[in-house]
Design a protein around this ligand. Structure first.
Ligand SMILES: Nc1ncnc2c1ncn2[C@@H]1O[C@H](COP(=O)(O)OP(=O)(O)O)[C@@H](O)[C@H]1O
Ligand SMILES: [Mg+2]
Length: 492
């Protein structure tokens, strides 16, 4: 079995060249054969006529039988390369110059003779060779004794028995042997060139196949950094490039699937952990209330009920946040954009948090530039983001501190900042605070599930925007994001 592409190509090339060589030899031999016959017939065209006049085979309008016999005898001995036959008008052989045993036919067909005499048919015209039942040869013929008184034909077969076969001819011809060698060398050179070329072409394919094999052996996980020749812009180059990109993509997607799986497991672990704690506490209080309902006085009962209620609130808050984040993370979730004035929204939210801020003795101020442009965004989601940020700021800013909600116009957006003078965020926490369930160290047991900033980040994500944090521990934190200005200023 021929297995490699190179072997297959080479085999095809060898066969092709062999066929070309054979066809060439056959064609040129047969055309040379025809050419020789044509030349012979041209040169010997008048041979029959000349024999008649030179040898005086016709005298006084009649065939001179004795001169004819003499001529036959002479030619049989001296010049056996031609054979002379005397035919009657129907083509029957009357007498001839050959040895009697060798003549196999009694008649020769008249068709070629007429064609020859007619002078219209191109050479070579082949006539019957009386020495054989089926062989045909070039000839010369003339009417005897004369055209006016036709009684028969003098039929001269040219070239007698020489060169009856192609091999005889080739053996004899120096030119033919030479051109045979030339042909063989040309074919051999072509074969060599083809083999080298195929080798060069298949070498790159082989390398590519080897890279693919190794990729497969590695379990489709590790791609070698570079495929040789991948940069060349031919089919093999493109194949290599396409493979490169495909494999790269595959590796990335496999990685992504692994990561996704990992984070999914973490999520489930986190969710169950976060739900279990308040649930267990709630359960404990409820159980105590039930078991000891007779022993508890009013104040204790009230304390237990309040604690149970607080944990149930914490649970439902957490579940609501989880649900909100899940909705936001669904790929089909898109913000419902509308045009609104950011300062108006800010005003509402500041008002909402004002009472709580007053209670904590923290100042909460709106600091919006005059003539702010309108923005295009989902007003409900942006309100949610601001609530999360201000809620955090209130939690982390001690009494006497300040919280600012700042808004200023940029070239094609409005920048919004929530700035506080609270405890700030430790550098170690900074990269993680936007991850879901991430709570700073001091916050481990609080009522807060660590989802607020994850929700804010996701909301800005689906708006095509980003949120940044800036903080020096002890000096407060600043959260910043931008919203796109509305395109048509004529609205509203
Ligand atoms: N204004 C802020 N000042 C200091 N730390 C903050 C501030 N905002 C957020 N953080 C830190 O980021 C963490 C994550 O915040 P968030 O996602 O809102 O969760 P949660 O509010 O439920 O704790 C908080 O636990 C806290 O450690
Ligand atoms: Mg929060």
């Amino acid at each position: 079995m021929v297995r490699t592409l190179y072997a297959k190509l080479s085999l095809v090339l060898v066969l092709l060249l062999a066929v070309i060589g054979l066809v060439y030899v056959f064609l040129s031999l047969s055309s040379a054969h025809y050419y020789l016959q044509e030349v012979d017939q041209r040169l010997g065209h008048d041979l029959a006529k000349n024999l008649v006049s030179d040898r005086k085979l016709v005298e006084a309008g009649r065939i001179n039988q004795s001169a004819m016999k003499k001529t036959f005898m002479e030619y049989m001995v001296i010049n056996p390369s031609i054979e002379i036959y005397l035919l009657d008008l129907k083509g029957k052989i009357l007498s001839y110059s050959a040895e009697p045993g060798k003549v196999k036919r009694n008649t020769v067909s008249l068709e070629p003779i007429r064609a020859f005499l007619g002078g219209q048919t191109p050479y070579p015209i082949l006539g019957d060779d009386p020495r054989s039942h089926d062989r045909r040869k070039v000839f010369s013929v003339t009417v005897v004794p004369s055209l006016e008184n036709p009684q028969g034909y003098l039929y001269v077969v040219l070239r007698g028995e020489r060169y009856d076969t192609v091999e005889d001819f080739i053996k004899d011809s120096y030119a033919w042997r030479l051109s045979g060698w030339a042909l063989a060398s040309a074919l051999l050179a072509g074969l060599l060139a083809g083999l080298i070329l195929f080798h060069l072409l298949t070498r790159r394919l082989n390398r590519l196949a080897a890279v693919m094999d190794r990729f497969r052996q590695n379990g489709f996980t590790r791609l070698e950094p570079h495929i040789p020749g991948a940069g060349q812009n031919d089919e093999i180059g493109r194949l290599g490039l396409a493979f490169d990109q495909m494999a790269q993509r595959m590796v990335e997607q496999l990685e992504a699937v692994k990561n996704l799986d990992q984070s999914r497991r973490e999520l489930i672990a986190n969710v169950s952990h976060d739900l279990r704690t308040p649930m267990a506490i709630l359960h404990g209080y409820l159980e105590t209330l039930k078991l000891k309902s007779n022993e508890l006085d009013g104040a204790e009962r009230d304390r237990y009920l309040t604690a149970a209620l607080r944990n149930s609130e914490r649970l439902s808050h957490l579940v609501a946040e989880l649900f909100e984040l899940a909705k936001l993370e669904a790929p089909e979730t898109k913000p419902i954009r509308e045009t609104f004035h950011p300062a108006e929204l800010a005003q509402d939210i500041v008002q909402k948090f004002q009472i709580k801020a007053d209670q904590q003795h923290v100042s909460l101020d709106l600091d919006a530039e005059k003539n702010l442009p309108f923005v295009d965004a989902d007003i409900g989601l942006i309100a949610r983001t601001l609530e999360n940020l201000i809620g955090n700021a209130l939690r982390f800013t001690p009494a006497g501190g300040h919280i600012y909600l700042k808004m200023m116009a940029e070239s094609d957006s409005v920048q919004i900042q929530v700035k506080d003078t609270g405890c700030g965020i430790p550098a170690a926490d900074l990269p993680h605070i936007f991850e879901r369930f991430y709570r700073g160290n001091r916050q481990q047991d609080s009522n807060h599930g660590g989802l607020g900033l994850a929700i804010a980040k996701r909301i800005l994500d689906i708006h095509g925007s980003t949120i940044h944090v800036d903080s020096t521990p002890g000096n407060g934190a600043t959260f910043t994001f931008c919203l796109p200005q509305t395109q048509s200023l004529s609205r509203r």
